[in-house]
Design a protein around this ligand. Structure first.
Ligand SMILES: Cc1cc2nc3c(=O)[nH]c(=O)nc-3n(C[C@H](O)[C@H](O)[C@H](O)COP(=O)(O)OP(=O)(O)OC[C@H]3O[C@@H](n4cnc5c(N)ncnc54)[C@H](O)[C@@H]3O)c2cc1C
Length: 405
């Protein structure tokens, strides 16, 4: 009979490896099983190869879940500053890019190497590639049947992540195991994903591909699965429509069939420098052309496209009727566009939905009905905003679980 482990962790990605290292260093005998040839592929490709490993401001408000309170305990016990200290202790250079997002200076491989060293310090055994055939309970133990034999353990931690990027080995295995034990799974959906648009909606903006600017974007609604959102982020105009961080953030809240809304001046207003009424009512603008006035607060090409769309190109502001001014204001501060769909799992960064948090203990990540069965990381119905929050959830949920094993 094989050795009995304190914990078998299924999935050697961000949450699994981190949990294994912490538990191992607490004296637990830990085995990590993964079906992939190479572990932690998502960490490698994350953050454009530089891993946005956490966010200075990560807190409960940065997460989507049917139960927004669920993340509180784990995030409080393992906040971003703890992981930053770990990164610093390995002398990994990092920098803040935007709104608290921390990236490695060199390569995401440094985070992988750090996780492997942490596992080695805890004498963690890692086996891969291994195919997990079944997981079952037997006389108070957990039996994990693999193509390389049966492993026995006091607990099993499901950490196989979400469905994005199937090409690098993403599977629904944790969700399947949850279902096997009768735990509810919130229907998975691609999150932080580019949205697709039909070309007619972009006729007016077709010439502007490549333009990037800060906007305020909103999507979702009060009754939607995760409510409504409003972000100040950069928007990129492309030949296919809209992209960039603003659209990725909005996509997680987007409800199929509904519009997303863009305030092209929102990010300018936020800095207290401008609001649309002030600009439109400024007496000094009376003799200026419409596109010139708009160009004082947005890129010239965009200003021209908006003036053209409203048939105001070349018109002096004094000649523009109240009705036309109102229509122009609506266009630039509340531009609505209905996405046709998302680009799906291939292009998504995260999975929305997953194992229902109601079935789990928020302090330990254990399934309430099944002592010894845990779910951590992306497979849980907890999804972070763009900007390092998803890794922070992987670390925090892995840490909470490790304390309980
Ligand atoms: C392109 C991209 C860029 C990203 N960039 C960032 C970023 O910069 N910052 C950020 O915070 N988040 C980022 N994310 C999200 C982040 O990578 C995930 O949220 C995080 O990796 C989730 O950790 P996890 O441990 O739950 O899952 P994963 O890290 O995905 O690990 C899951 C592990 O389980 C294994 N596995 C899967 N199925 C099975 C099975 N059936 N049997 C055995 N093993 C299995 C996999 O091989 C993998 O090793 C990015 C995601 C993508 C796709």
């Amino acid at each position: 009979m094989n050795k009995k482990w304190d914990a078998i962790i299924i999935g050697g990605g961000a949450a699994g490896l981190f949990c294994a290292g912490v538990a191992g260093q607490l004296g637990k005998k830990v085995l990590v099983l993964d079906h992939a040839d190479i572990l932690g592929e998502k960490i490698r490709i994350s953050g454009g190869g530089r891993c946005n490993f956490t966010n200075l401001h990560s807190g409960p408000a940065n997460f989507l879940s049917l139960n927004p309170h669920f993340v509180k305990s784990a995030l409080a016990r393992y906040p971003a500053k703890e992981f930053i200290q770990l990164v610093q202790s390995y002398r990994i250079g990092y920098h803040e890019k935007h709104q608290g997002q921390l990236f490695c200076d060199d390569s995401s491989k440094q985070i992988m190497d750090m996780l492997f060293i942490e596992c080695a310090k805890g004498n963690v055994t890692i086996k891969n590639p291994v195919i997990i055939e079944s997981i079952a309970q037997d006389s108070g133990q957990w039996l994990v049947k693999t193509n390389a034999g049966i492993e026995r353990s006091s607990s099993v931690v499901m950490a196989t992540g979400g469905l994005p990027v199937p090409a690098i080995g993403a599977t629904a295995f944790s969700l399947d195991i949850a279902k096997q034990f009768g735990l509810k799974v919130i229907e998975p959906r691609p999150g932080l994903v580019p949205l697709s648009f039909t070309s007619e909606e972009f006729d007016a903006l077709n010439e502007l591909a490549g333009l990037s600017l800060p906007v305020r974007i909103s999507s979702g609604s009060k009754g939607a699965r995760y409510g409504a959102c409003r972000f100040n982020e950069d928007l990129l105009l492309t030949h296919k429509g809209l992209s960039g961080p603003a659209v990725l953030q909005a996509s997680s809240y987007w409800v199929e069939g509904e519009a997303i809304h863009i305030d092209w001046l929102g990010a300018v207003e936020i800095n207290g420098r401008f609001n649309c009424d002030e600009l439109f009512n400024d007496e000094e603008n009376r003799l200026k052309l419409t596109e010139t006035i708009l160009a004082s607060v947005m890129p010239q090409r965009l200003a021209k496209a908006f003036a053209e769309q409203q048939k105001l190109l070349g018109r002096k502001w004094a000649e523009v009727s109240k009705k036309d001014r109102q229509a122009l204001k609506e266009l630039i501060t509340n531009w609505s566009v209905k996405p046709a769909g998302t680009l799906g799992w291939k292009k998504a960064e995260v999975m929305l939905g997953g194992v229902d948090t109601k079935a789990l203990d928020g302090q330990t990540m254990m399934a309430r009905q099944y002592p010894g069965l845990y779910f951590i990381g992306e497979c849980v119905d907890v999804t972070g905003h763009l900007g390092g929050h998803n890794f922070q959830w992987a670390w925090a949920s892995g840490f909470a679980c490790a304390q309980a094993l």
